[in-house]
Design a protein around this ligand. Sequence first.
Ligand code: HEC
Length: 220
Amino acid sequence: MKKLTPIIPLLIFTQLLAACGDNKKIDRGVVEEVNKANEVKKVSDAEITAFAIKWGDEISQEAQTALIGTLQNAIGDKGITGAIDFCQTQALPITREVAEKHGVSIRRVSLKNRNPVNSPNDMEKTLLEAYAFNIENDIEIRPNIQKINDGEVLLYTRAITIPGALCLNCHGEPGKEVNEPTLEKIKAQYPEDKALGYKAGELRGMWSISLPKKEVVKNM
Ligand code: HEC
């Protein structure tokens, strides 16, 4: 009899093994289902829009902080007139760098643009006109989301207004806020410049950020 005793524990052990095997099957099934649900992510259009606004706010804020920080350093180093060179060579690469980091595309467009590259397309023009109308009529301006490319891209836009003196050095009234050497340099480097004569509080342009919907949902 004594020899038989190890059989019982062995049986229990095999049963346990079998049970573990079954459990594994169930677990794997559940895991697969959860993964699938995550892939499909049943999110409503409203949730996607809300997230796109939040993400666009973050990206535009990051790009704006980078631009203003470097602009202020350039003005500190070289003065207003010297900082024009900085704007010409650095503004686009700085926004491109932020864009690449997030896998999106970023533009700063304006109805009265300085760099011809920053002129708006039809959709951007309509949005800029809407922001300008709201500002002129004291209506609150908010970031906006438009579906483009058959809904595959969400276009985030946010108005850029002129907060005050810093910007007017290069975008204000010639001869008054924009001094002669600065004006000359702007004219030489941007023969088609339209970005002068602004006043504080006015619409200067807008951030225009194309967010691929896939990326928006993935980041939610
Ligand atoms: C030192 C001069 C200078 C100052 C100060 C300055 N800008 Fe500009 N700004 C420029 C130049 C030059 C460009 C063209 C940049 C380029 O070639 O990409 C530009 C372009 C822009 C654009 C892109 C649209 C366009 O017209 O091409 C916006 C928007 C803009 N500036 C807003 C501002 C705001 C807002 C401020 C204040 C926070 C400001 N700028 C301060 C010189 C300046």
